[in-house]
Design a protein around this ligand. Structure first.
Ligand SMILES: [Zn+2]
Length: 418
């Protein structure tokens, strides 16, 4: 089956199989066309070029007035949890502090309690709703982490839900174990003992499952300090897991530098990373995954994207989808926040949510750009230029989504397999 998507008003995409460092050069076509065969792209260019180069397609769809970009990639999500913290959020708006809410049993521990109580089918139903929203917003590949169990059974329950969904839902998912998201109440004040439990009783079992690619940790003052982080992440590396870090989000502690020392694929948040740690990240090829939604929602500082660029780091962007600090599925909104509050250009944010986001989860050889040989993952926007993603902000412009050559969303509706 050869399908020609013809006469796009605009196509915009990065190119290549590796993260882009520095000022990106996007490819653009006006009156553009994409030829899809099976699940991959076989040609892209102006409509005239593609017609001249390609054998006749079986089907042609007219995309006049529309824009094609690569299916978006979200490389940092806390997808699976139970409970709802909308009320807690509203109490903050009325003047209560995060600390007083946490002392009253709120915050992450409220989500942990609810997730421990929920059964797998409930967690699956909730996570499916989120994945559907991501898909409707043009996202075709994500990373998802556990981390709301903080005990053996619940962490595995979260991973089971992810495994089910990655097999059944159109959105592709790479899975991360984040038992070290927080120190659970059972180990209060003793992060080292909890890390010893994770290393001894969890990492070997999770490795045997074969479906978990990464281990992540919340490396932060008063949670997992550098010594505990090093112990856990070295153990994870010895088991062959890739490493990801939540680092230097709230204060500078040196987590970004440790991520570089240990060869992590990505250090995330990194709001308070030092210039020397940025340089270490650049030298070690660690991607800076910046999460402007969290800064927005917590009214905090934004990461210094310009400094990361000057240091030579590749920059990816993510929603950090989670119930406490960034409850959004919209990568387009992250692009807008990054443009307006982090000094990034539109082109940099498009790379940050496509090719560089794919590289942050080792998927840039398959997805993240529109080019021959890559999966036909395409987000189609109901606008005549891709820059409207940011310029005409707060609107979901995605009208169709192709995932691996099949329509996953058509006219803003999810298409379920028959
Ligand atoms: Zn996170």
């Amino acid at each position: 089956m050869r399908l020609l998507l013809d006469h796009f008003a605009h196509i915009a995409t990065p190119k290549g199989q590796q993260a882009i460092v520095g000022t990106p050069q996007l490819l653009h076509w006006r009156d553009g066309a994409i030829m899809v065969e099976g699940d991959v792209i076989v040609d892209i260019g102006t409509s005239q070029e593609v017609h001249e180069r390609c054998r006749e397609p079986n089907q042609i769809l007219d995309m006049s007035g529309k824009t094609a970009i690569p299916g978006l990639v979200d490389p940092h999500t806390h997808l699976v949890f139970a409970g709802n913290r909308a009320d807690e959020f509203n109490r903050r708006l009325h003047g209560e502090t995060y600390v007083s809410i946490a002392q009253g049993g709120g915050g992450i521990h409220a989500t942990v309690r609810a997730t421990r109580q929920a059964d797998e089918s409930d967690l699956r139903r909730r996570a499916t709703r989120v994945l559907d929203q991501m898909l409707l917003h043009g996202v075709t590949t994500i990373e998802a982490k556990s981390g709301y169990g903080l005990d053996h059974d619940t962490e595995l329950k979260q991973l089971n839900v992810m495994r089910d969904l990655s097999a059944s839902h159109p959105v592709d998912m790479v899975q991360t174990f984040m038992g070290a998201h927080e120190v659970p109440k059972e180990y209060k004040g003793d992060a080292m003992a909890y890390v010893a439990f994770l290393n001894r009783d969890m990492l070997p079992e999770i490795k045997r499952r074969g479906d978990v690619r990464y281990v992540d940790i919340f490396c932060e003052r008063g949670v997992f300090e550098l010594e505990a982080t090093r112990l856990h992440m070295q153990a994870a590396a010895e088991h062959g897991f890739g490493l990801r870090f939540h680092a230097d989000e709230l204060v500078h502690m040196g987590g970004a530098g440790l991520a570089a020392d240990l060869g992590a694929v990505s250090a995330d948040h990194v709001v308070y990373a030092s210039k020397s740690d940025m340089k270490k990240m650049a030298d070690a090829g660690v991607i800076a995954t910046l999460l402007p939604g969290t800064s927005f929602f917590l009214r905090g500082n934004y990461a210094d994207a310009k400094a990361f660029k000057e240091a030579g780091c590749a920059i990816a962007l993510s929603t950090d989808f989670n119930p406490g600090s960034s409850h959004t599925c919209s990568q387009a909104l992250m692009m807008a926040l990054a443009c307006m509050n982090m000094g990034m250009t539109f082109e940099e944010t498009l790379v940050g949510t496509t090719l560089n986001a794919a590289a942050a989860i080792h998927e840039a050889h398959r997805v993240g750009s529109l080019e021959p040989g890559k999966l036909a993952d395409i987000a189609i926007l109901d606008v005549e230029d891709a820059v409207n993603l940011v310029y005409y902000w707060g609107i979901n412009h995605v009208c169709h989504v192709m995932k691996a050559g099949s329509w996953a969303v058509w006219q803003r509706q999810i298409r379920r397999p028959e």
